[in-house]
Design a binder for this molecule. Structure first.
Ligand code: CMP
Length: 143
């Protein structure tokens, strides 16, 4: 079993897409084992997007991600890091394939609705930024 951090970004919340996006993960058979709504601070943004802080698009990214609430969740499943990234589609919604979340709902590079960790190391680091161990609740589905 693997875990990944998924963020429903401000555009997903504002566009009332939270339920439809969550349904995709549930329909796929993935387990949501932690979830909260929060406002990302500039400090948290800089930690989360540490690899992008020096890039030209970072100021706009920080403004976007801190603008209004997000929903953070931990999703668990077999090979979940790859599975969720494939479900999201390419970063740029304009380039993302139809049938992917971004391909179906986004036409922007920045406002691409969802973030998901891109590897095991990133997943562990990102999960610890948003959740204390006591806030993560793994379970075994009985159905
Ligand atoms: P995400 O998967 O959260 O990882 C980094 C984020 O930065 C990305 O989604 C986009 O929201 C944003 N991003 C990446 N590249 C660009 C870009 N060239 N211009 C603007 N925003 C970008």
């Amino acid at each position: 079993m693997q875990r990944t951090l998924v963020l429903l970004k401000p555009d997903a919340v504002q566009r009332r897409l939270m339920g439809r996006i969550l349904t995709r993960f549930e329909d796929k058979g993935l387990n949501v084992i932690a979830m909260k709504m929060l406002r990302v601070t500039p400090e948290l943004s800089a930690k989360h997007y540490a690899e992008h802080v020096s890039k030209p698009f970072y100021p706009a990214l920080e403004k976007f991600i801190t603008a209004s609430p997000i929903v953070a969740m931990v999703v668990e499943g077999l090979d979940v890091i790859r599975v969720v990234r494939e479900m999201l589609g390419k970063t740029n919604g304009l380039m993302a394939a139809s049938g992917t979340i971004r391909g179906d709902f986004s036409s922007s590079k920045q406002m691409n609705l969802v973030h998901a960790s891109d590897g095991e190391e990133a997943a562990a680091r990102e999960i610890s930024l948003y959740f204390a161990p006591t806030e993560v609740h793994p379970y075994t589905p009985c159905l």
